[in-house]
Design a protein around this ligand. Structure first.
Ligand SMILES: CC(C)(COP(=O)(O)OP(=O)(O)OC[C@H]1O[C@@H](n2cnc3c(N)ncnc32)[C@H](O)[C@@H]1OP(=O)(O)O)[C@@H](O)C(=O)NCCC(=O)NCCS
Length: 239
């Protein structure tokens, strides 16, 4: 069931004669990150959210007025009806859940569009992989490359010439300065900064507020300013 839009102003007399049909879209994963992505999707005006797919065992029937249409166990049948999907589970310490869901969607013949908030700025000469969501007020500057299934969260910046590997999450207000290269499946916490020209090993976790001043060659959890290795193998979790 599509979500009901709440219109405050009656605009029907001003509507153009041709109204383009919106693309039906399935969201995979409820929760806080899903709530934020719903607002981004709605602000694009391109998609009609037809339902949310929850984790097995979840009994909730709706979220923010959107029907829960099944669990991951029903994904194949749901994707046959609605091929376009967005992974809306969050990512904190570990990318594995988002990665598994991404691969499942592709294996079932689904499609993962790039979602870009109209309030974000993405420069023209950039590359962004399938399934990545660029949230409100984020910046992806010229010559940046973003992999598949990434989250570029609200107010995050990816400066010129930088790359972010697939299945990574650049959290709210995090900054990659120019020409940084971040490996796949990495989490960069809120407000963290990576100084220009540095690389970060795949599957790393950079804590909120950290300042990365040297290349990170070994995966692990890095905290503080300057960022230092704190834990070698971070625990699992999603946000
Ligand atoms: C790095 C992080 C994942 C560690 O989480 P955790 O393993 O659950 O760690 P805890 O909260 O148990 O804290 C362990 C210790 O590390 C310290 N610590 C936690 N996060 C820290 C950070 N970002 N920087 C510096 N120290 C930190 C805690 O104060 C605590 O210190 P103590 O042992 O002296 O009391 C987490 O704190 C973090 O930074 N998360 C990112 C949150 C975020 O950016 N979310 C974005 C959503 S969009």
């Amino acid at each position: 069931m599509a979500r009901r839009a709440h219109c405050q102003h009656s605009q029907w007399r001003k509507m153009p004669l041709t109204v383009l049909a919106k693309t039906p879209l399935l969201l995979i994963g409820g929760g806080g990150h899903c709530a934020a992505v719903i607002d981004v999707i709605e602000s694009t005006g391109i998609y009609d959210i037809v339902g949310i797919v929850e984790a097995p065992g979840v009994t909730q029937t709706e979220f923010m007025g959107i029907s829960v249409v099944g669990t991951d166990d029903h994904l194949e049948a749901l994707i046959k009806k609605t091929p376009h999907c967005v992974i809306t589970v969050g990512q904190l310490k570990n990318a594995q859940l988002r990665k598994n869901l991404f691969n499942k969607v592709l294996a079932f013949g689904g499609q993962l569009p790039v979602i870009i908030s109209p309030l974000a700025r993405v420069a023209s000469q950039t590359e962004i992989g399938a399934g990545t969501v660029v949230m409100h007020f984020a910046l992806v500057n010229s010559l940046a490359t973003i992999g598949e299934n990434c989250i570029i969260n609200s107010y995050a910046s990816v400066e010129h010439g930088s790359s972010l590997g697939s299945h990574s999450h650049l959290s709210t207000r995090a900054t990659l300065n120019g020409d940084c290269h971040i490996g796949h499946s990495t989490f960069i916490g809120s407000g963290a900064t990576v100084l220009q020209g540095l690389s970060v090993a795949p599957e790393s976790l950079i804590g909120a507020g950290a300042l990365v001043t040297k290349a990170i060659l070994q995966k692990g959890t890095y905290l503080g300013s300057p960022a230092r290795l704190s834990i070698q193998n971070p625990k699992d979790s999603a946000c």
